[in-house]
Design a protein around this ligand. Structure first.
Ligand code: CTP
Length: 398
């Protein structure tokens, strides 16, 4: 962190007292810190505390009331290598999402050209509310990094999720970000994500429950480490992430065509999509009418995209697959790893509670060609993405 310029933004929550510890971590590691506080934040911790720890004046107002100097949010936004908003209240998250600029912290946020980190902190019901969840998800989709709230006893006395992450955890996320930042620079990553839709007629299809969240989290993580990322995406309802190239497709065959086109120019390919294994032998051009008779749809197999890429994979290319299994997990995953010529395969077991389709968490094991296996704990999909990209780095080909 030596020499890194950090703007810490403090908003009005009881967790503001913990931000003094966060500030100390940055200073201890040699970062230069400037602190912005909202008026409400000053009710929870004094500017004097933060000014003394940061050895810089704390900024709260657009103008210095003593000499009329203008505090330039534009300058601050350009100065910072990172902006860390901790605690981030529901109110500030909403304003950040909608571009409301009614204090110096928010105008600086809108002027910032640097990575933005935020640590939500609020009562459990405010945290759970769809409005807050939407704001958090929109900000993540905008490319900001959320250090998610912890569960535990809250200031209200209630128990639940909403407590600000511990200062050391917040600090480590920022530190890791700078350490990892360049590790995939110059690398081109191709990711398949989401389900495929196989058309039966103009209004019906065969699909599956894949949300695409894991693939998009992997894309975000690779981007954060400097890679140029393309997602060949089946139909998902995830906001378009910034700085990532999306190729939208519907069917398995469209996904295959896009992958074959882009794979030759790819360093790392991650096959995360839940591709349909079968597609209707015929797609009716007109809507199929209801009759009294039984109905049969003839299906024909689709091409296995991962296996097709495995056949043309060059020595310097890394190919990673996923396996979603309900039984004989490790044996089945190992078969797929070898049959598809993958470098490693990420196994999700549907037997693990909280893992797989639709959840925000995942529990994985990674199996390698030399029969080694690594098992990981149940984690958020964002954390799982980090573990997988760490493995990519360890197995990277020059
Ligand atoms: N895959 C693919 N194209 C397909 C089917 C699967 O690229 N037509 C990829 C998936 O993206 C995943 C891996 O292959 O990385 C394994 O997918 P999975 O559905 O678990 O395995 P299948 O090979 O389809 O076998 P099965 O459905 O019988 O378990």
């Amino acid at each position: 962190m030596k020499g890194k310029k950090i703007v810490i933004g403090i908003t009005g929550g009881i967790a503001a007292y913990k931000t003094a510890y966060l500030l100390r971590e940055f200073i201890k590691e040699g970062a230069e810190v400037k602190v912005l506080m909202t008026q409400a934040a000053k009710e929870f911790i004094t500017p004097l505390t933060m000014a003394t720890l940061s050895k810089n004046p704390v900024l709260t107002d657009f103008f210095n009331p003593e000499n009329g100097d203008w505090n330039s949010h534009v300058d601050l936004g350009l100065w910072a290598d990172a902006m860390v908003i901790a605690p981030a209240t529901a109110n500030t998250l909403a304003k950040m999402n909608y571009g409301i600029a009614d204090n110096l912290l928010l105008t600086s946020y809108l002027s910032a050209k640097c990575p933005v980190f935020f640590a939500p902190a609020m009562d459990l019901d405010m945290y759970k509310h769809p409005a807050t969840q939407k704001n958090i998800n929109d900000l993540i989709a905008r490319g900001h990094i959320c250090i998610d709230a912890d569960s535990g006893e809250l200031a209200s006395g209630l128990i639940g999720k909403g407590r600000m992450a511990e200062p050391l955890q917040i600090f480590n996320v920022v530190k890791n970000f700078f350490e990892y930042r360049k590790s995939l620079k110059g690398k081109k990553v191709l990711i398949t994500a989401g389900p495929t839709y196989e058309a039966i007629d103009p209004v019906r299809f065969i699909g599956n429950y894949s949300s695409g969240k894991m693939g998009y989290a992997l894309a975000e993580e690779c981007k954060n480490r400097g890679a140029e990322v393309t997602i060949v995406s089946g139909p998902v309802s995830i906001p378009k992430p910034e700085g990532i190239h999306i190729i939208p497709v519907k069917s398995a065959s469209e996904m295959l065509d896009a992958c074959l086109k882009h794979f030759p120019d790819t360093d790392i390919a991650i096959m995360n999509a839940a591709v349909a294994d079968y597609t209707p032998a015929q797609t009716s051009e007109k809507k199929i009418k209801r009759t009294k008779d039984d109905m049969f749809i003839e299906l024909k197999p689709t091409k296995d995209i991962a296996a097709e890429l495995g056949k043309i994979k060059k020595k310097n290319q890394l190919l990673i697959g996923f396996a979603l299994e309900t039984d004989n997990e490790e044996k089945n995953a190992d078969k797929k790893l070898k049959k598809k010529n993958l470098d490693f395969i990420v196994l999700n077991s549907l037997q693990d509670k909280g893992a797989g389709f639709g959840y925000d968490t995942n529990k994985i094991s990674i199996l390698f060609q030399d029969n080694k296996m690594k098992k990981f704990e149940l984690k958020t999909k964002l954390e799982v993405a980090k573990d997988i990209v760490n493995e990519i780095e360890l197995n990277r080909k020059k």
